[in-house]
Design a protein around this ligand. Sequence first.
Ligand code: GLN
Ligand code: ZN
Length: 760
Amino acid sequence: MSKKTYVVGFPRIGEQRELKKVLERFWARQCTFDEVQACAKTLRQRHWEYQRDAGIGYISSNDFSLYDTMLDTAVMLGAIPKRFAHLSGEERYFAMARGNQECVAMEMTKWFNTNYHYIVPELSQEDTYRLDATKVLAEYEEAKALGVTTKINLIGPITFLGLSKRLDGGDTYEFLGKIVPLYEALLAEISQRDATVTVQFDEPIFVQVCDPKLLSLIKPTYDRLCAVSDTIKLIVTTYFEHSNEATRVLLNTPVWGLGLDYVHGIQNLDMLEDIGASGKQLIAGVIDGRNIWKNDIQKSHKLLDTIGCHVATEHIIVASSCSLLHTPFTLKYENEMDDEIKNWLSYAVEKLDEITLLSEYFTSGKTGLSGTLQQALQANIAANNSRKTSPRIHDKQVQNRVKSITNFEREGSFEERIAVQKPLLQYQELAITTIGSFPQTPQVRQARREFKNGTITQEVYKAQMKAYIDDCVAFQEECGIEILVHGEPERNDMVEYFGEQLQGYGFSQNGWVQSYGSRCVKPPFIYGDISRPNPMTLEWITYAQSQTDRIMKGMLTGPVTILNWSFVRDDLPRDEVSTQIAVAISDEIDDLQQAGIKIIQVDEAAFKEGYPLRQDKIADYERWAVRDFKIAVSSAKKQTQIHTHMCYSEFNDIIRTIEAMDADVISIETARSGNELLKIFKEAGYKQEVGPGVYDIHSPRIPSVEEIVEQIEKLLEVLPKEQLWINPDCGLKTRKWEEVRPSLKNMVTAVHRVREKLSR
Ligand code: GLN
Ligand code: ZN
């Protein structure tokens, strides 16, 4: 075991998602909490062993969680919201995470720019906080009993507060004085057990902390924490971006080491001289913890050489760029994947070997490597060479097409387009539509599954999908929806569906990544140049159109969303990958319009997710994201109406960008925020048409006619009827037909009432 290798954190869900399964059984009252704990213990042991056997020097404890580590930290600090005070133990813990009969759950939100969601702690002036170190100490002792001396992972106090919310208004950082003493007490307890223990403070918020007021909190906090003990080794770790402003401050504190991300924050290199001069340990995050590609060991070796020019070799520790939580667990179970592609990948377990190999290679040089490591290095070089040259990855035709794009704009200005569209499409004011998907019934899911497994023929499958479309169209007509959709029965997921039909996309069997609690997602991955061998939606949409005299809206996912919900190749800039997808979408749009489809919606549900963490990088993201959306719709003729859909309720900062995307109609999520959101559109002088959601589809509740009327009237206070469309907040795939039928009927009745009032 080498003290020169380091893993920031390890996935906890288990290689076969054991934790997910046991938790869900427990929640369904099919097993006891003892069984959950037994499973958790087995998993922790197995995960420590994986790391120890790979030769990792710094292995974490307290990176495990039954639900979420922010929630664990809240519990550790006694930050228990009042409504859960009467509960205790696991009952309280899971009630905080998921709610129960009486108490709503705590809010959950995205962990920086990842797809992991954490529980947002709720703080209030009247609370008193007190330390509960049980979990931290127990896991440390548990590892020790197994012969593994771990570093202890903690979420740092500044990140904890930065991500919490104050129920009584006010600034969460005001509570720093309340919680730092608890962290001090914790360190004191830890040092009593082991005077020389290493403690990792995760402070990812430092990558976003640039203003002097926040920066000024760092030094006093870490001076105090370091003062607890001379022998504890205290590390502050940041990730997902560079943290140079904070790094500068931390170098003037007694912390023992700094963990920096050199994969997603290459500008961390700018601080090398100062780091070298400080004599601190540098935990150099060079193995990507956010992606699934095999590391290019030679390239990383060069990077370490650069670092080594300023920082003494004995002060460099080779690490993952962040917790491996954000990658799938192991390639071991990928039995169906093509061998060539599999050879390009590396999941969490495989990354452990990369860390050791790289560290050995760096400290001992090529000739100093053992025979096994020599072989591993050769294999790594071969795999990377094959990626550089494989015809599965490199498609000259696609590259040339992207290079030769000259048309970034669609035909006509919005005013010109809408003047052609309105008489042609003949829709009324407050036109009634939906966002695309209709309930995914067990039969539909089963049909898709059986077709995939080959147990039903394509003919049978298509007939079943078409029967669903028939019903869906008939329902919409009868209900009085005016612009119809086909209902998306053929789609399991709005990204996966397109990925499966694009060249350059791969899928895993077991590439699960924790999203929140017991939930995991399995993102597809883009490994090569993207092209569209065949139309992707044409058959379904034209079939649906042939079943009705009303307008059938074509339904596509936009390039930025496809990109943001996939693992993306790391051998091409993201924006180039996005342009390739955009070109494929633009071909699809052209096929649809040529087949007589008059309205096409291009969903950009994940447009906002892709925003960079650092303010100074936002403009560039917006530039290419808007560019690629526009390339995607550039094939649309003047008379083809382009819709887009985005599901958020926060547009303040991005309204200009949304406007620049220049869709003819945008539908957004507004039901829960009344007409507040719409006011931003008005203030911005937004001129394109808008479909603000009039009811919340996230709840099974059926909205009444009256409340929808009220909601529409509120919308009309802000924007004129000529500019408004009426639709639900988002797609209906997660709802049941029993909920959707009456809800949409009420929505239609509400529109009729409002129209009638307006015409009086
Ligand atoms: N068209 C998609 C649907 O209706 C949009 C989903 C989304 O925005 N998340 O399901
Ligand atoms: Zn949506």
